[in-house]
Design a protein around this ligand. Structure first.
Ligand code: PLP
Length: 389
């Protein structure tokens, strides 16, 4: 790859850390046993999974028995929502779902399906940054609320929620709280007792682990049914032969992320703020989306009036910058972002979105080069859109 090319799309995915890859490799070949087998091959795989589970439990301040390995963040969100909603309905007749309106599709679409199955879906109000206020949760929560689901950090605009405050409200109402912590995992505390969550979703490829492996924290005692029927792997919550190399990789990636956090967070905040200031100063009418300070350390997001986001991405790609318009799932989708519309941006502004998400490989030199290039690219695109007279 061109060394001048800057990868600015770490919210979409991250590269696998070389140390993580190295730890995974033996589990594809020499250590290939089925963890359910009785013989020594099985025992060795089982031991590796058990160690990975303890590592992840350590990072979350939970018990190993509360950690379920899944296929990805999407599956963790699906199991948490469906499993909790159905168990709450069966156990206490609870039918009400209270959900933030700016969740990732993995939550948003699962909630919509549950609504089709008769659940009463209520979206919480959010402010113009995408934050849910704990007070509105306290106002809207009901004895028949089956679950509350609010993301820790927003993937499109980077805004953080006060999950710990919301957790206290849900706990005193005895209603399970789910948080999608997929974007937060690299940078924020995942202490599940501090957060007061009952279920929490992670995805390894967002924290320098492999794609295709997710984690679901499931607090003991929170009723939750499995989605799939099969063997009794993952406490019966997620049957199917475990993906040993990916589980080992996910655990080590999370360890590395927490080890690097103290150094990376201040470094990325400095780069992010330099980038945000530079864009707001250098590009006429640029607007920041999401919260100015309560946002992910690596996340900068904007809208530019008079710009087509997809054209902007293509032009930046030619200049050597890999960015996104918001959510990776929207690539090539001409629909304005549901999240930006929810935050009060009109269709034409919502179509001119740019998301720059930094990571381990990014340098101040790359940020400065970006700040040089972006105003020119935007001016050119705006000029092209002017009707010729
Ligand atoms: C990426 C992402 C997901 C989905 O994770 P996958 O592992 O890609 O399925 C869910 N929620 C958020 C907030 C994300 O950013």
């Amino acid at each position: 790859m061109n060394p001048d090319r800057a990868y600015f799309d770490h919210s979409a995915t991250t590269p696998v850390d070389p140390g993580v890859l190295e730890r995974m490799i033996p589990y594809f070949s020499e250590e290939f046993g089925n963890p359910s087998s009785v013989h020594v091959f099985g025992q060795r795989a089982e031991a590796a999974i058990s160690e990975a589970r303890s590592t992840i439990a350590g990072a979350l301040g939970s018990q190993p028995g509360e950690i379920v390995f899944t296929a990805n963040g999407t599956e963790s969100d699906n199991i948490a929502l469906r499993g909790t909603a159905k168990a709450a309905r069966a156990k206490r007749g609870a039918n009400h779902l209270l959900i933030s309106p700016v969740e990732h599709e993995a939550i948003h679409k699962t909630a919509a399906l549950l609504q089709e199955e008769g659940f009463d879906l209520e979206f919480l109000p959010v402010d113009s940054f995408g934050r849910v206020s704990p007070d509105t949760v306290a106002d809207r929560i009901r004895p028949d609320t089956a679950l509350v689901s609010i993301m820790y950090a927003n993937n499109e605009v980077g805004t953080l929620n006060s999950i710990a405050s919301i957790g206290r409200i849900c706990n005193s109402a005895d209603v399970p709280l789910h948080t999608d912590a997929v974007q937060a995992a690299t940078y924020l505390s995942l202490d599940v007792d501090h957060l007061g969550v009952d279920t929490l979703a992670l995805s390894a490829h967002k924290f320098y682990g492999p794609k295709g492996i997710g984690v679901l924290f499931h607090r003991r005692g929170t009723p939750l049914g499995p989605l799939l029927a099969g063997g009794d792997q993952e406490h019966g919550m997620r049957p199917g032969t475990e993906n040993t190399p990916f589980i080992v990789g996910a655990a080590y990636a999370l360890t590395l992320a927490s080890e690097k956090r103290d150094r990376e967070v201040p470094r990325l905040i400095a780069l992010r703020d330099r980038l945000i200031e530079g864009v707001l100063e250098g590009v006429p009418d640029a607007r920041l989306t999401g919260h100015p300070s309560e946002r992910l350390p690596n996340h900068a997001s904007f809208v530019f009036p008079g710009i087509d986001g997809n054209q902007l991405l293509a032009a930046l790609d030619l200049e050597g910058f890999a960015c996104s318009s918001g959510s990776a799932c929207k690539t090539g989708d001409p629909e304005p972002s549901r999240v930006l519309r929810q935050l009060g941006f009109g269709d034409s502004l919502a179509l001119g979105a740019l998301r720059v998400t930094l990571g381990r490989s990014n340098t101040i030199g790359q940020v400065d080069r970006f700040l040089d290039v972006l105003p020119t690219v935007i001016a050119r695109l705006r000029l092209q859109r002017q009707p010729t007279s």
